[in-house]
Design a protein around this ligand. Sequence first.
Ligand code: ADP
Length: 273
Amino acid sequence: MNNNRPLVVKVGGSAGINYDLVCDDVAALVKAGRRMVLVHGGSHETNLLSKRLGKPPRFLTSPQGYTSRYTDAETLDIFAMVYAGKMNTRIVERLQKRGVNAVGLSGLDGRLLEGPRKASVRAIIDGRQVLVHDDYTGKVTRVNAALLNLLLDHGYTPVISPPACSNEGEAINVDGDRAAAMIAAALGAAQLIILSNVPGLLRNFPDERTLIPHIRYAELEQALSFAEGRMKKKVLGAAEAIAGGVDQVIFGDARIAQPIQRAMNGAGTVIAP
Ligand code: ADP
């Protein structure tokens, strides 16, 4: 055992995120001796590639108001090309250029991120509730923490992205924020930093002056009502991480210099028990 509790950082995949600044900061922290895991998204690039390949993205909205990418087998291929392909490779490249020995992994590698595939997905389409059966999506319920610790113990920095691995061994699309929350809990991380293209959770999105600086765990339910679209998943992930023993979850801005260190010092929305 060591007393250097790891730091888990999730960097989103929306437009405007500055991966160079994020990687500069990862390099500074790793050089200072931090054990770090980086989880990343790729939603914007996936939308662009989907359009270029003539298969425009489609999204499903659940009766509870959560949106997710409709991921049939063809979409899953595009998803993997972007997440485990271009995005992961380019982030690992950025880190290698900065002297960090990064190792890129998808959730399939070593069953790093595992969980059940949904048999069907309930969605509201044209005001009617329908069941979608050919969706390759699911939820991470198990993290191969031993694999991550093996890498961390030998000085490697894991860079992780969906897809995850279903219990049957299929590739499935999972939410990156909630996967990062599971990773943080499994590793006993002190902090989970979730970086996106907004300064944090905004009371009146998109007015950045309405940033909510602190949320207590007990107030997360209420915070869910301010979050729209995919921000809801971040709030849910934060709740899961705290319930899993993570001390603090911080929503920070990935468009500025030193995005991780600033968030670690409290810039953004800090969520704590
Ligand atoms: P990423 O891909 O970076 O993980 P998402 O696109 O999933 O990020 O989620 C961040 C987005 O959530 C923001 O770009 C913003 O459009 C949206 N959003 C919705 N409601 C809020 C809110 N209350 N505060 C901040 N962002 C919000």
